[in-house]
Design a protein around this ligand. Structure first.
Ligand code: SF4
Length: 433
């Protein structure tokens, strides 16, 4: 149920239809301080929303109907058609997975029963991290720990402001910390050319320093930085176009800092062998922890990706890219990558779920497709079955796991529409199989 309260914004008249302390599901930060209002025109973000949140909450979703072969049908008919396709499939592929905890739990149960493969649309980025975590381990921070402890922030080749528009506002430029009401300013480094620094301003921001390398050469700079920290500096005047003296100065600053944090978004590391860069960052952080303290902070988690990885792990033992075709969970991060499987003609049905952003449309494919999607979802061609579903946190309640994997936040039913929950649709299909 929607929890209506009076707005408490000082200096502004209270709005009788204000909804306060709303958690936003439209990126992995899951900011939980938004204010919205609902009227006959739909939801409006009235406080603390970024452009991504406004686009997500204020979309018009009324009027979408379930369809089979492009024709409007009732929901029961669409569920029956989807069930028949899944029953007839020998290897259904469950992709997209833009959903909340309940949604991904329902997908896992259905994939288990139907012998399918499970993979999230943003897995490729996540696997740049998972591979390092699985093979080497790492030392990572959380949003809260970074907000309260970090004195040096090193942003690595990632346009954080574009991907997570309130990261600098909510985590870096906060006036107070747990430990001081007047904490010291922070030094922010950007490794990489052309990264948006427009939000890096305010009372907590000290020096802002750029080491301008091409974005796909960040690994060279991080490797040189790690070599400096280990006391074996590279013998070169520049590394990836960055003066060696600047890398030396960054190494020295990290070694003298109380808690430097290295931040990246895996989706931005879209170049060959990017997992090796994550591995080098991880080794650098470990080396800094020999004499001091340091941590990494990986952002991402958009489109429910963190929830998908977490639920897949606790239900199957593996972080996505799991096949149930043999009757038990079988994990292979290359073999069960749905984009590769489709390209190689594997799988005979694609079941796609995208309940947050209309941009998370399914790939073009020759196999028949069942889509559970937010209205307006971009589709390369009409699917066999389309079932419009609600967005968790706008159209129905739910839970979502924040990008740092330490908090599951409740999402509220804001009353935007009466669209069904994807988890209910999948549960109905599972029951009917
Ligand atoms: S930064 Fe992300 S979670 Fe926060 S309001 Fe914007 S889209 Fe929502």
């Amino acid at each position: 149920m929607t929890n209506w309260t009076q707005a408490q914004t000082p200096g502004t008249p209270p709005q009788s239809n204000a909804i306060t302390d709303v958690a936003c599901p439209f990126c992995g930060l899951v900011c939980d301080d938004l204010e919205l209002a609902l009227d006959e025109n739909g939801l409006r973000v009235t406080k603390n929303g970024c452009a991504k949140a406004v686009a997500g909450f204020e979309r018009q979703v009324d009027g979408a109907k379930p369809q089979v072969d492009g024709r409007d049908v009732d929901l029961a008919t669409a569920i029956k058609a989807a069930t028949e396709l899944i029953r007839a499939s020998s290897l259904p592929l469950y992709g997209g997975l833009g959903t909340d905890v309940d949604g991904i739990r329902a997908v896992m149960a259905l994939a288990d029963k139907s012998g399918g493969v499970v993979d999230h649309a943003l897995s490729e980025g996540q696997y740049r991290n998972f591979h390092v975590l699985q093979t080497r381990g790492w030392v990572m921070s959380t949003l809260t720990e970074t907000r309260n402890r970090a004195d040096v922030i090193v942003v690595l080749s990632s346009d954080l402001h574009k991907l997570h528009p309130r990261f600098f506002e909510r985590i870096i430029n906060v006036e107070q910390s747990l430990f001081s009401e007047t904490p010291a300013k922070r030094t922010v480094y950007f490794v990489g050319k052309g990264l948006d620094q427009s939000a890096v301003k305010g009372p907590r921001i000290g020096d802002v320093i750029t080491l301008p390398c091409d974005l796909d050469r960040v690994g060279e700079v991080v490797a040189a930085l790690a070599a400096e920290v280990r006391g074996t500096p590279v013998a070169a005047d520049t590394v990836a176009g960055v003066p060696a003296a600047d890398i030396r100065a960054l190494a020295s600053r990290c070694q003298s800092a109380a808690y430097p944090v290295f931040v990246w978004a895996p989706v931005s590391f879209d170049f060959p062998n990017a997992d090796l860069v994550v591995s080098t960052i991880s080794d650098l952080v470990k080396d800094l922890n020999v004499k001091g303290r340091a941590a990494g902070l990986s952002l991402g988690g958009n489109e429910g990706a963190t929830s998908a990885g977490a639920v897949a792990s606790w239900q199957s033992g593996y972080p996505l890219r799991v096949s149930f075709a043999s009757g038990k969970p079988d994990y292979d991060f290359m073999r069960y990558a749905i984009p590769r499987m489709l390209a190689d003609g594997e799988g005979d049905l694609l079941v796609w779920l995208a309940s947050f952003s209309p941009d998370l449309g399914p790939p073009a494919t020759r196999v028949p497709t069942v889509v559970l999607g937010t209205p307006g979802l971009k589709l390369p061609s009409p699917p066999k079955v389309f079932i419009p579903v609600g967005t968790p946190g706008a159209d129905h309640a739910g839970r979502i796991i924040r990008v740092d994997n330490v908090v599951a936040l409740p999402l509220r039913d804001l009353g935007r529409s009466s669209l069904p929950k994807a988890s209910d649709i999948f549960a109905a299909i599972e029951l009917a199989l």
